[in-house]
Design a protein around this ligand. Structure first.
Ligand code: DCP
Ligand code: MG
Ligand code: MG
Length: 362
């Protein structure tokens, strides 16, 4: 079965969150700055919204230069921890749309791959519907936009998501891969930086199409066996690398919708049990213990809240998870009178279990 991979990248992520938090920023140039120890004089632009980009303000530019370009732009300091929280919520949405918990790979604070080969029945068009649903879910719950790329592998999906930005969706079917890549300058190929771009230019290679037609032996003689072979493969749009969670230090989580919006404790706690069982089964198969547990609740007004508990040491038993999750859920019920729409459980701060006797054995 041909793989179908989705890549999602949030639009002007840090600045979009700041816009969401302060609606008076809408329409203004917004620049989020990472200030150095020298205060506002030093520092570089983390990101800027699209209004600011129109006047040439870019990531990594010195903030002073950005200020010179537009003294009226709104300059805000980075609030990394806050963005991480929004990122966690977004990642939870993405993860819950992947074929399985393992078919998900976060690659930065604002982007991830998810494999949907099974749920789309290997049909890129159906993956497009999943992509639209994801955009809608993120827009409603987090009030920010993202761009989605769909392709037969990670390379193509990643390049497709940046094809139409912001708020775009681009589907590249297997038979369209060549035409999609061919006219692009080589620097657009994911994995090619400035140095490679310059060396290729010296060889007369400007577009990905040029690269695809270039003699592989020459590429190998210039770039070495691995890199040369990779360049040739990538230019043809071939990429076999799997979508895979990178580290065991990440998280294992499950989310699901209640049958209908409700505050019925029987319904809520039985779904919670089901999710806990699922999370535990996954932790077991990955042979990991965990030090934190998190419960997420989405209310009927789409507002999402989370609560977390940290254990004094890594645990791996159902009892610990169940007890803490149930307690957090009880608190949620006490805090609001709204109905619950969707709930989730996850464990984090994972630790590999190295063969010693664990609580699973009891
Ligand atoms: N970032 C940063 N410094 C950089 C690049 C990025 O601090 N040099 C941060 C700020 C971005 C976030 O990472 O908001 C995500 O990076 P992206 O490259 O995805 O850029 P944006 O999401 O801001 O914009 P785009 O709409 O182009 O994806
Ligand atoms: Mg982005
Ligand atoms: Mg990104």
């Amino acid at each position: 079965m041909e793989r179908v991979i989705i890549h999602v990248d949030m639009d002007y992520f840090y600045a979009a969150i700041e816009e969401r938090e302060d609606p008076s920023l809408k329409g203004k140039a917004v620049v989020v700055c990472m200030y150095s120890s020298r205060g506002e004089q030093g520092g570089a632009v983390s990101t800027s919204n699209y209004v600011a980009r129109e006047i040439g303000i870019r990531s990594a530019m010195p903030c002073r230069q950005a200020k010179a370009l537009n003294p009226d732009a709104v300059f805000l300091p980075v609030r990394k921890q806050f963005y991480e929280e929004v990122s966690d919520n977004v990642m939870e949405i993405l993860r819950s749309n992947a074929d399985s918990e393992e078919a998900f790979e976060k690659i930065s604070i604002d982007e991830a791959f998810l494999e949907v080969t099974n749920s789309s029945c290997s049909d890129p068009g159906r993956a497009g519907e999943i992509g639209m649903r994801i955009k809608e879910e993120i827009r409603i719950r987090e009030k920010i936009t993202c761009s989605v790329g769909i392709g037969p592998n990670k390379l193509i999906a990643k390049m497709a998501s940046s094809f139409q930005k912001p708020d775009g969706i681009t589907i590249v079917r297997p038979e369209e891969v060549r035409d999609f890549l061919k006219p692009m300058p080589v620097k657009k190929l994911w994995g090619i930086g400035k140095v490679t771009e310059e060396r290729l230019a010296e060889m007369g290679v400007r577009t990905i199409g040029d690269l695809e037609e270039h003699d592989i032996q020459e590429l190998i003689s210039v770039f070495g066996k691995n890199r040369g072979t990779w360049l040739k493969q990538a230019a043809a749009g071939r990429d076999e690398t799997p979508v895979k969670e990178r580290t065991a230090t990440d998280q294992i989580g499950r989310m699901a919708s209640l049958e209908h919006d409700t505050r019925d404790e029987g319904m809520i706690f039985s779904l919670l049990d089901e999710l806990e069982n699922d999370v535990m089964a996954r932790a077991r198969s990955r042979k990991v213990s965990f030090r934190s547990a998190t419960v997420t609740v989405i209310l009927s007004n789409f507002k999402m809240s989370t609560k977390s508990r940290t254990f004094s040491h890594p645990v791996s038993d159902m009892g610990s998870l169940h007890e803490s999750a149930a307690e957090m859920m009880q608190q949620f019920l006490e805090e609001t009178t709204l109905n619950f729409r969707r709930i989730g459980v996850r464990v984090g701060d994972l630790h590999e279990m190295t063969g010693q006797k664990s609580l699973f054995d009891f």
